[in-house]
Write a protein that binds this ligand. Structure first.
Ligand code: F58
Length: 808
């Protein structure tokens, strides 16, 4: 494009934008608020995406290629405007025009609410996978819930977490299209009776409560290509807004009761990460989007397949993201048998061939199991089908492993009066995969070992990945520019090309530029902390960052205790030689998770102590950033020097934050857990700092005992000092962290914090030494970026495509 063509395009953009402002606000540009500017831009974006979207759908509707449907209870998509603009290839243009029109581009983008429709890694992974599928021109769509309130907003008040409702829809959401014509009726409760209709045994559902599922579709635009896939989020509505007879009789509350009961289903995202609390409303949610999603898939499939179900599983993959959508199996069976008139065998064949399952956790407390009575009552037909799936499965087991009653019982989907959702997911899927190599091994050898013996060929492993567009190109534009200037722009389609950066691994000029980018990102984060935390930090200090949900197994406590230990060392010896450090934490605790909330309190108390002690001469700073979400994450990862990935080995299925940090040049300080192991493989041992018990060692202690935390405490005065400080008032008058203290000593430190403490302190010391040699440090950092290609979600999607969905 020559410059006069560009000027014409810019002039056209400005004219359209000005007109749009008038349309959306009734004001001229000069009087339009930032929100209206954002809404105008969003409308323009939607206008340029929707015709591509329609074209993509028309193509897909011909059923020529196999399509994947991700079912997930969470899609943590983050803000979309920047992605749309960059994927359309117009971001620079919009930036330039905005500046020329005197508008604040970043402030306009900041008007977008950040949809918190997920707790953490599981939900974010889905968003990355949708992004990658579209980028690769692959037909893959999402099915989930349009929660009216996302994950709570976290405020820190007096050092404690306070939860505030996340009303992300308050200004409307411009990137969704409501499609009431595609609504589906969902039936709960009632009774099932069988009838002989025209010689066929038919199951009839009576006296049910009906709820309407209304889809809202969000376009997922591919990176600089023509593909626009869909994320379909279902919203619950009553069939009729209110009950007129009740209203007419003056029972006003009754008249709207049904409305609010219906809406409750998609009202709120459950804020539990890695825990299962068995609430009825959650089971309603699970069936809600499963039933609605499956119905639409079948209607669409049949419409373009001569009204027939032939070849369904050759053309449709139903991929379930953990067990929350595991009712996809029985629901698909129900539709195939009760609505499509197929027999059990044929329906079962189709179901297993269509379904695949990814597991995301091995924590026993997170594995879902629903009381039989609850399931039977709420979903009577589904429960009947589960019983039959189980009966047939147990029969097969008895044939294959006769006389092995105990073992066969342990695999039963229904046992001890519960429906075990992981068992259901495994039995009804042709593929089961873990999310990192170690995790998949633990699934095969421990968690699902019994199933592995029955179905060895169903087990796969696909290591997670993250979107390089969101977590590198868009969130670290300076690094993107430096990479483009160094190795050319083609790495944007193949992240493995980042390896070409290794050509600069000894180039001092490149080092300077690379360090300047990091510093600039650190300054941005430092400004954020000055503004929101009122803490001044030195951008040249080590930015040592742990951001993720707060959980005992993730061991923010280990990090916090080490900060206290470092504080003690500095107090003893103010001349201690060390690079200045800024320890940065962020993450939400589940509202009902007392211990995790205590950990937040502890971190903020340590921050108070450390940040206000002038005798430390600014060598140590601690910051807890409130309300960790996707938008904040995008500012944090580019600014990190150290990526803290310190879970108890064997507990973190994969981790994806570790990958986002690595892509931005942070050095992983981690245990040999989840994908950290693969990060080590990718960068080599000299470019990572690892420490701590292995998963095997942890497993051994857990199974056979042999670890006594009190022994460590008694032998190590430094640990004694730190633990005493938890309860002796050091951290604030009247502040005592007795529960944490007790968990470590009285309850024998279930997550091996004290056991790993010394190894961690040594590793931290090593970090200090490495950082104080800038050449070595920069080299390590460049190596991390250069070797991060394997952690692109494009690679993960290619793996799924090849190994699991078998799309050629
Ligand atoms: C996470 N799980 C894993 N669950 O903890 C993490 O290791 C992994 O990298 C990631 O999945 C992606 O595979 C996770 O985020 C949840 O948040 C669930 C949400 C639904 C309720 C139960 C927890």
């Amino acid at each position: 494009m020559n410059s006069s063509e560009r000027e014409n395009i810019k002039a056209a953009y400005k004219a359209t934008f000005t007109k749009k402002i008038e349309e959306v606000s009734g004001n001229c540009l000069a009087d339009a608020s930032l929100l209206k500017q954002y809404q105008a831009l969003a409308e323009m974006v939607m206008e340029s995406i929707t015709s591509q979207w329609a074209k993509t759908n028309t193509l897909y509707n011909k059923n020529e290629s196999k399509q994947v449907y991700f079912f997930s209870i969470e899609f943590l998509i983050g803000r979309l405007m920047k992605s749309y603009l960059s994927n359309l290839g117009v971001e620079e243009l919009v930036q330039e025009c905005s500046a020329e029109m005197g508008l604040d581009y970043e402030a306009i983008l900041a008007q977008e609410s950040d949809p918190g429709l997920g707790n953490g890694g599981l939900g974010r992974l889905m968003a990355c996978y949708l992004d990658s599928s579209s980028a690769m021109g692959m037909p893959a769509h999402g099915n989930g819930i349009r929660y009216k309130y996302g994950l709570f907003e976290q405020r820190i008040i007096n050092g404690e977490q306070i939860e505030v409702a996340d009303n992300w829809l308050k200004n409307g959401y411009p990137f969704e299209i409501r499609n009431p014509d595609k609504s589906v009726i969902i039936k709960y409760y009632g009774q099932i009776h069988s009838e002989n209709i025209n010689g066929n045994l038919t199951f009839v559902h009576e006296n049910y409560e009906a709820i309407m599922a209304v889809p809202y579709d969000i376009p997922i635009k591919g990176y600089r290509n023509e593909t626009v896939n869909s994320l379909r989020l279902w919203s619950a509505e009553p069939l009729e807004a209110f009950d007129l007879p009740s209203f007419n009789q003056g029972h006003f509350l009754n008249a709207v009761r049904h409305k609010s009961e219906a809406e409750a289903i998609s009202q709120i995202l459950y804020p539990n990460d890695n825990g299962f609390d068995g609430k009825l409303l959650r089971l309603k949610q699970e069936y809600f989007f499963v039933c609605a999603g499956i119905k639409r898939i079948i209607v669409d499939f049949k419409r373009s397949n001569n009204n027939s179900m032939d070849g369904f599983s050759d053309k449709i993959c139903i991929h379930i993201n953990d067990t929350h959508p595991a009712l996809c199996g029985p629901e698909l069976m129900r539709v195939l048998m009760d609505e499509e008139g197929l027999g059990w065998e044929e329906s079962w064949k189709i179901t297993v061939a269509a379904m695949s399952f990814t597991n995301h956790t091995v924590l026993p407390e997170a594995l879902e199991k629903w009381p039989v009575d609850m399931m039977k009552d709420l979903l009577p037909r589904i429960y009947m089908i589960i019983e039959e799936i189980n009966r047939r499965f147990l029969l097969d087991l008895d044939n294959e492993f006769p006389h092995d009653l105990d073992r066969n019982h342990s695999l039963s989907i229904i046992r001890d009066n519960y429906v075990h959702m992981a068992s259901l997911a495994i039995v009804s899927s042709h593929s089961i995969n873990g999310v990192a190599t170690l995790h998949s091994k633990i699934l095969r050898e421990e968690t699902f070992n019994g199933f592995y013996q029955v179905f060895p060929k169903r087990f796969y492993s696909v290591t997670n990945g993250v979107s390089p567009r969101r977590f590198l190109m868009n969130s670290n534009p300076e690094l993107k520019t430096l990479i483009n200037d160094s190795i050319g722009p083609d790495w944007d389609h193949n992240l493995f090309d980042l390896k070409k950066l290794l050509n600069y691994i000894n180039d001092p000029v490149f080092y300077q530029k690379f360090d300047a980018v990091k510093l600039s990102n650190k300054v941005r984060l430092a400004n954020y902390m000055a503004r929101y935390n009122n803490v001044t930090v030195d951008p040249n200090s080590i930015f040592d960052i742990q951001v993720k949900r707060i959980h005992e197994y993730k061991r923010q406590l280990l990090n916090a205790l080490h900060v206290l230990y470092l504080y003690n060392r500095l107090k003893e010896n103010p001349n201690l030689e060390m690079a200045p450090r800024t320890f940065i934490f962020a993450g939400k605790a589940a509202p009902g998770y007392y211990y995790a909330k205590e950990v937040i309190k502890l971190i903020t108390a340590i921050a108070e102590l450390v940040n206000n002690d002038p005798s430390l001469h600014d060598k140590l700073k601690v910051v807890f950033l409130a309300n960790f979400n996707v938008s904040l994450a995008e500012i944090i990862y580019p600014a990190a020097n150290i990526s803290e990935q310190i879970s108890t080995a064997g507990k973190e299925a994969s981790g994806t934050g570790n990958m986002k940090f690595m892509m931005n040049g942070a050095i992983t300080l981690g245990t040999m857990d989840g994908a950290n192991i693969e990060i080590l493989d990718a960068v080599g041992p000299s470019n990572i700092v690892s420490f701590g018990l292995s998963a095997d060692e942890v497993h051994h202690y857990q199974k056979y005992g042999g670890y006594r935390s009190i022994d460590i405490f008694e032998q190590d005065p430094r640990i004694q000092q730190v633990l005493h400080q938890l309860i002796d008032g050091t951290l604030g008058y009247g502040l005592s962290f007795q529960a944490i203290y007790d968990s470590l000593l009285l309850y024998n430190d279930g997550y091996f914090v004290l056991k790993d403490f010394n190894a961690y302190a040594d590793a931290q010391n090593q970090v200090d030494h490495l950082f104080r040699n800038p050449t070595i440090w920069t080299k390590m950092s460049i190596s991390n970026v250069a070797n991060s290609g394997i952690f692109s979600s494009d690679r993960s999607i290619a793996d799924y495509q090849r190994e699991i969905w078998k799309i050629i």
